[in-house]
Write a protein that binds this ligand. Structure first.
Ligand code: SF4
Length: 314
């Protein structure tokens, strides 16, 4: 039986409109994310995310390359937002996240994309890089619900989030999928230009887990609600896997669903950094998986011989 998306209850209780109003207010003196740029995006000013009043979308469609519980049989309905509040030197989508590839969309257009993905049978609306456009997403949602939108929202982010903004999403987002990129401030500064990423990220993940709990799946093994964490293994243990795994095991839950990702390869500005100029090795990846297991984390996405072979012997 399909679970009803959380936002329907909020809409029926007439609480979504209040959230939209509060979120839109944040744009006037922008505090949508922890950068707190204090620019008036409604007046056309831009801060670090280079996005003003309208969201920018690079593409949308049914995606079959996401984690298995999101993809199911019909795909995950991804909407890729342009620009980002992080500046990762190795970003694999840098033409979208850093070079601004995409076009501005109105709230009506964004609502239309959500409805079209549901019509195609997608299991969820997967909002990719949504942090800097939370107000615009809420506005679109408010238009899409009376038109019949009812599938869960996935908040698929880099994990540099403001708790105040996340609170606006309580009862709206069913599935949170944040990255946990680093454990060390210096590495975070060097790789993404944000020194306080580790502490901000951990606080955000705690808030996400408080809202939705561990990942739950239905009888078809499709995700219905909960937290799914992504951790990209970088060369030379730069991602701080041991500390990320310890945090999840001790401060979130031993039942955390974790995707330890093997696919790092250098691109964008990574070649300027010797330690980032080569792919993650098979040994480094397997070590990261072992570190997660040593902490007692067993819900690891796609960790079996076939997937390891696919990544390292392509
Ligand atoms: S959302 Fe953009 S403008 Fe607002 S605080 Fe974050 S980076 Fe700055």
């Amino acid at each position: 039986m399909r679970r009803v998306a959380a936002y329907l209850g909020l809409y029926q209780r007439h609480e979504l409109a209040t959230r939209v109003e509060r979120a839109r207010k944040l744009l006037e003196n922008c505090e949508v994310c922890p950068h707190q740029c204090h620019v008036d995006r409604l007046a056309g000013q831009i801060g670090k995310c280079r996005t003003a009043a309208l969201a920018i979308v690079s593409s949308y469609g049914a995606h079959f390359g996401e984690e298995a519980p999101l993809v199911g049989s019909k795909g995950s309905g991804t909407i890729f937002f342009t620009n980002c509040n992080l500046k990762c030197v190795f970003c694999q989508n840098y033409s979208i996240s850093q070079l601004g590839e995409g076009r501005e969309v109105t709230r009506e257009e964004l609502a239309g994309m959500m409805l079209s993905l549901q019509k195609r049978g997608c299991h969820n609306i997967n909002l990719v890089t949504p942090t800097h456009v939370v107000p615009q997403i809420l506005e679109a949602l408010e238009l899409a619900i009376p038109e019949g939108l009812s599938i869960p929202l996935v908040y698929n982010s880099g994990g540099y989030e403001s708790v105040e903004t996340l609170k606006l999403l309580e009862g709206v987002v069913d599935i949170y999928m944040p990255d946990m990129k680093y454990s060390d401030d210096e590495v975070a500064q060097k790789c993404s230009g944000i020194e306080d990423y580790p502490s901000v990220n951990r606080t955000a993940v705690k808030e996400m887990h408080r809202q939705v709990g561990d990942l739950e799946v239905d009888e078809q093994r499709v995700a219905t609600r909960g937290l799914l964490v992504r951790h990209l293994v970088l060369p030379q243990q730069l991602a701080g896997t041991r500390e990320v795994a310890r945090f999840l095991a001790e401060e979130i839950s031993l039942n955390t669903y974790l995707n330890v990702m093997a696919q790092y390869h250098p691109c964008h500005k990574a070649f300027h950094f010797p330690e980032l100029s080569r792919p993650t090795s098979r040994e480094e990846f397997l070590e990261a998986v072992n570190l997660a297991r040593q902490q007692g984390l067993e819900r690891l996405d796609g960790i079996h011989a076939d997937s390891i072979r696919r990544v390292f012997f392509r």
